[in-house]
Write a protein that binds this ligand. Structure first.
Ligand code: SF4
Length: 277
């Protein structure tokens, strides 16, 4: 059994928080550059140019890509042959505290009383167990604007594929202008009411250029992307050819009576990072 000090996880989380908030990932940068090259509307092209320039300034000056440095979502896969010495949840929150020292603190302790926790904790922690002796940590800082634009529906199991596609595209038509487009669309299909929303968020951790391995689902991703981009919302809602950069669908088995579908959006400051230790 491999032993791992919880402080190692704290250090990894701190590093990931800083890296994700200051440096746009290579796949995000590549997809934004492609969007810029194909966008035909001048205002949207200008906005995309500014988004790409903003990423360079953030990286060069070591400042956040966006003032909203987000609510930290943490995905941890723990190898069954690893023993963590210490409290995992505390280790994660210590890492967030350290990583967000110089960033905006966006978390309030209570949804009604709303007192800022002043250190951006607690993080939301999703834990899974996998074979092996490694630990994979993924972090997704979720900006409030894009997170507010998520939606979910419990379809009847008789719903057709086309009805689901239409529901997603209609929802995006209403929400995308508020989510700092161009957006990334995470979709969770199956599971239960709550699990579908988890899948929609988990979908956002996939590399942007990797379609779902199921070809039928990959076709659905492609169809939704094309339909959303035909809406003409464009970068920051100014009208344009590129409203969404990617659609990522994750699925799970579901009850014979259910067909949950959830959508979780990411903005042009999509920030996902992971490390394996
Ligand atoms: S939605 Fe994204 S780009 Fe817009 S303010 Fe929030 S983090 Fe920033």
């Amino acid at each position: 059994m491999r032993k791992l000090a919880a402080s190692t996880i704290t250090g990894a989380i701190k590093k990931l928080c800083i890296e994700a908030n200051q440096n746009l990932s290579l796949d995000m940068l590549a997809i934004l550059k492609h969007a810029h090259s194909v966008e035909k509307k001048p205002a949207a092209k200008l906005v995309l140019d500014e988004i790409i320039r903003n990423a360079k300034v953030a990286a060069d000056d070591h400042v956040p890509l966006c003032q909203d440095t987000g609510f930290l979502i943490v995905f941890i896969e723990i190898g069954e042959e690893v023993h963590i010495k210490g409290n995992l949840r505390e280790a994660v929150n210590d890492g967030v505290r350290a990583g967000y020292k110089d960033f905006r603190k966006s978390i309030v302790d209570n949804p009604i009383l709303r007192k800022n926790t002043r250190d951006n904790t607690p993080a939301i922690l999703h834990i899974d167990f996998v074979p092996g002796d490694k630990i994979k940590i993924g972090i997704l800082p979720k900006g409030g604007g894009a997170e507010n634009c998520g939606f979910q529906k419990m379809f009847l199991p008789t719903a057709s594929r086309d009805e689901i596609v239409a529901y997603i595209v209609e929802g995006i038509k209403e929400k995308a202008p508020l989510a700092c487009p161009p957006i990334i669309i995470g979709v969770g299909m199956g599971g239960t009411f709550d699990y579908s929303t988890f899948l929609a968020k988990k979908a956002l951790t996939r590399p942007l250029n990797r379609p779902n391995p199921d070809t039928g689902i990959a076709k659905m991703e492609d169809e939704i992307l094309k339909k959303v981009n035909r809406l003409g919302i464009g970068a920051m809602g100014l009208g344009g050819d590129i409203t969404a950069l990617a659609v990522l669908i994750e699925t799970f088995p579901c009850h014979i009576a259910s067909l949950p579908v959830a959508v979780n959006l990411e903005c042009h400051s999509h920030r996902y990072r992971e490390v394996t230790i």
